[in-house]
Design a protein around this ligand. Structure first.
Ligand SMILES: Cc1ncc(COP(=O)(O)O)c(C=O)c1O
Length: 467
């Protein structure tokens, strides 16, 4: 048996062998954990990446929803090198640095009124973790230690640290993992496509808001510290909530002194056309906004939380002036990360946000045409994020009767044709670099169209779908 396995790997590229022998990849399954080589990406340029086989692919998911300004931007590389030469690191425990202060002021300028402070982290999970720990700290200091449970939603994704992961609500997220479930309450996913049969979208929205009110009445507002929501659920399948949903949830939070945390790890930095989407796109002013990914367009790991000034005022007035928010990361306020983020913001403000706003309607309209294909149940999205959801048929809209690898099948065909997409069970998710042009959007749609048709034929041939 050992000899057979050895032969199978004999033609393997040495770099693949190193990965297989030494890397533990994110989200592995136990059958191949610590023994897996994933396709290698060698280069990136603009909206394209080149893989180990030399194929030039449109980077449909912009890495992992993050390469917003595109690959190989000289301005960012220069800012990174200059900052590394000037100051590569300083301890945020007892000093600060110029790029982090400049970035904080610029972010405050884009955030809703009152959110003028930022706590920097190393990414999205640590940003969510920071927001939650800050809520816990604040309620301890304010003398209400029971008011700490967190309301999240089915379909949500908020990270991979213990508390942030406890909020996740996608199928299979918790099958084999422990979580702080006693601290988390879940509401329904605000997915209009999956609303109860016969219910109008407006009624669905009212039903979701009532569900939150009922939960508060049942559990007690004095036990709930925060509600956290991605304005558009990203990894749950680009779920755009019904109009009025976020504003309604925001109002209910305010009524019950429950902090509203907008998790904008994906929706910020131009993905929906603005630096932050909460106010500009959805008309809400959260108490905290978490961000990461697009803040550096993926060139450096950085995240953070915007925090409303009023939350600090309470603390300053409390009679525990010595109570310490014992929370900080070695790489909070990293000078290189912040310099990269400033250069990234220069590019966004210097024209890329405008471009993203201009091409977004064309992107949505082009992909929507794929709904004509029998396998496609819905194409949805906003700005430059979109999802193609496959179903067994258009009457039941049932995804589960299909082969659950259908997203991967489409992705495989897309890669052969020159496009990377992100497969999610029976869905394919896209969030290309914001610099994408109309002609490239056309190419994405053509490839997807062909790849889905090939997948349809394949499923019929294998007896997995009736067509
Ligand atoms: C909405 C949201 N929040 C948090 C995270 C976690 O971010 P990170 O992977 O940088 O820790 C993600 C990652 O995809 C995300 O999509």
């Amino acid at each position: 048996m050992a000899a057979v396995v050895k032969d199978a790997y004999a033609a393997e590229d040495p770099a693949d062998r190193l990965a297989r022998d030494h890397l533990v990849q994110p989200w592995p399954v136990s059958g191949s954990i610590g023994a897996e080589a994933r396709g290698r990406i060698l280069e990136g340029d603009g909206i394209y990446v080149t893989d180990h086989a030399g194929r030039r692919l449109i980077d449909g998911p912009a890495g992992m929803w993050c390469v917003n300004v595109g690959h190989r931007r000289r301005e960012i590389v220069d800012a990174m090198a200059e900052q590394a030469m000037a100051l590569s690191y300083n301890s945020p425990w007892y000093t600060t640095n110029d790029p982090s202060a400049e970035l904080a002021a610029r972010l405050a300028g884009h955030a809703p009124e009152g959110l003028q402070h930022v706590f920097y982290t190393t990414g999205g999970s640590s940003a969510v973790e920071t927001a939650l720990r800050f809520m816990q700290f604040r309620n301890n200091v304010l003398g209400r230690p029971a008011k700490k449970r967190i309301v999240s939603r089915e379909g949500a994704y908020h990270g991979s640290t213990y508390l942030s992961a406890s909020l996740n609500g996608r199928p299979r997220d918790h099958d084999w993992m422990d979580s702080a479930s006693e601290q988390v309450l879940k509401l329904s996913c605000p997915n209009p496509f999956r609303r109860p049969a016969g219910m109008a979208v407006e009624a669905f929205c009212a039903h979701l808001l009532q569900e939150f009110r009922d939960l508060i009445a049942r559990e007690g507002a004095d036990t709930i510290g925060a509600f956290i929501a991605e304005p558009i659920m990203a990894s749950g399948g680009v779920i755009v909530p019904p109009d009025g949903y976020l504003a309604g949830m925001r109002a209910i939070c305010a009524e019950h002194d429950i902090l509203f945390i907008a998790d904008e790890v994906v929706t910020a930095f131009g993905r929906l056309g603005d630096v932050f989407a909460s106010e500009q796109v959805f008309g809400i002013a959260p108490d905290m906004i978490t961000f990461a990914k697009g803040v550096t367009s993926g060139y450096f790991p950085l995240g953070g939380v915007m925090i409303a000034e009023r939350l600090f005022e309470d603390l300053r007035r409390s009679n525990h002036s010595d109570a310490m928010f014992a929370h900080g990361l070695t790489y909070s306020s990293h000078p290189i990360g912040c310099a990269v983020a400033n250069a990234n913001l220069d590019l966004l403000e210097g024209g890329i946000l405008d471009h993203a706003r201009t091409v977004a309607p064309y992107f949505q309209q082009s992909l929507k045409a794929l709904e004509a294909l029998p396998l496609v149940g819905e194409v949805r999205g906003l700005g430059l994020m979109a999802c193609v959801e496959c179903v067994a048929d258009h009457v039941s809209n049932n995804p589960l009767a299909l082969d659950l690898e259908v997203g991967k099948r489409i992705d495989r065909h897309c890669q052969d044709l020159g496009l990377l997409v992100r497969p999610l069970i029976h869905m394919c998710v896209m969030s290309p670099p914001l610099v994408i042009e109309r002609g490239e959007i056309d190419r994405m749609r053509e490839i997807l169209d062909k790849a889905i048709r090939l997948t349809q034929d394949e499923l019929v041939r294998e007896g997995l779908w009736r067509g």
